[in-house]
Design a protein around this ligand. Sequence first.
Ligand SMILES: Cc1cc2nc3c(=O)[nH]c(=O)nc-3n(C[C@H](O)[C@H](O)[C@H](O)COP(=O)(O)OP(=O)(O)OC[C@H]3O[C@@H](n4cnc5c(N)ncnc54)[C@H](O)[C@@H]3O)c2cc1C
Length: 444
Amino acid sequence: MGVRPNVVVIGAGFGGLSVARGLADKPVEVTLIDRQNFTTFQPLLYQVATSGLNAADVAHPVRGLFHEQANLRFRRAEVTGVDWDARQVELLGQRPVPFDHLVVAAGATATWFGISGAEEWGLPLYTLDDARRLRNHIVERFEAADAQPDLIDEGALTFVVVGGGPTGVETAGALAELVAVVFRRDYPHLDVGRAHVVLVEARDALLAPFSPGSQLHAAETLAARQVDVRVGESVAEVGPRHVRLGSGAVIPTQTVVWAAGVRANPLAEMMGLPTGKGGRVVVEPELTVPDRPGAWAIGDIAAPAGRKGDPLPQLAPVAMQSGAHVARQIGRLLDGRRPQPFKFHDKGTMATIGRRAAVAELPGGIRLRGTLAWLAWLFLHLLYLAGVRNRASVLLNWAWSYVTWDRGPRLILRPDLGTDHPYPPGSTEAPTDASTGAPADEQT
Ligand SMILES: Cc1cc2nc3c(=O)[nH]c(=O)nc-3n(C[C@H](O)[C@H](O)[C@H](O)COP(=O)(O)OP(=O)(O)OC[C@H]3O[C@@H](n4cnc5c(N)ncnc54)[C@H](O)[C@@H]3O)c2cc1C
């Protein structure tokens, strides 16, 4: 038997896992590389941030997913670049890994749009550490306000969520519920009624990819749950104690949740891949990278074209389907056949707003709202979550919360995860601009 080609996959997210699984029965050796030893189910991060789920419920060790796949090797490492001449991937502090095929599936990262103070003071929600940091911070603000109620006047209990896409809507809805239902009981001596959740969206409507009916439903449902929805309002500046809007309005706040959008992982540029809007890798219809033989890019880091030529959205189904496609095309190449173009099958889109409230738009013009959409959302998220144990734990948490109106882990764990933030753990003091540095990099 000859030497089997090496396929290196960068990233063990939705896209990378899908390629790796698709190569299980192919005559190749797969090396799957990720800087974390776990995969994260990003669609449920907002529930970790708002004390609905444990961090471990939405993550799964990568090695545990491949016990049965003999041709796969996992490597925990940070990819720093690629040597195209030597055809090897460069890793931080480890030996390079040679490849015959390279699949880049390194995802995306938060983008700040150059808004003054946003990166310094905003709290993104992209990684598990982001979610835990945000949870710590939210609970800390309540503890601080309980110890010193005049902090409420300085925005300690005002939570501004920037970005009215699905992540912003879900986070604002969950935060409003956490405050109204759980914190009201947790802090009986605090005037929790003065807590305030504001959702700011620059476009004229929430949930941009949805129909006007669903957008309106989301806005009305949030408003009924005491979320202050401000559409057509941009953020001009973020500071340690305030947000200034484009209209000039200033909101005193100590919490700005940044859900305003993503850009492709800068690794694409570090690797010398051709990039376009949002830093996304330019790909051929087959998902190969032009002028980089053997290289493929999938998921959030890439910009595959949809039917009308526009780039497909940065969503989990695109990542999963493009991953499966690349695995099939590598198989075709090994059989001496030409690769085929990628065709995305849109199975619809959905967003949850809160308890028994969601919107879902399915092929064939089917539109669901309210409880039915919410149940569909719960079911699909359980289905795609990695690991039976995680599914059981999430289901139990959801059932418990539904029946008792209680929330799970509103614990301030690993307080060090909060020390890089403007409001360090336990502090009742809000800092001035000069008293703190920029947030540390993502923690591993
Ligand atoms: C908060 C949030 C909510 C979302 N909700 C939804 C939703 O409801 N529905 C939906 O369809 N989509 C949702 N998405 C989008 C969806 O999660 C992404 O489209 C999907 O994760 C993209 O998959 P991917 O494989 O391209 O990247 P990812 O899943 O992000 O995986 C990238 C992997 O690459 C690794 N990596 C990155 N850089 C390096 C490096 N230098 N070296 C080694 N490893 C590296 C990362 O650790 C990560 O594991 C949401 C995203 C977020 C952030």
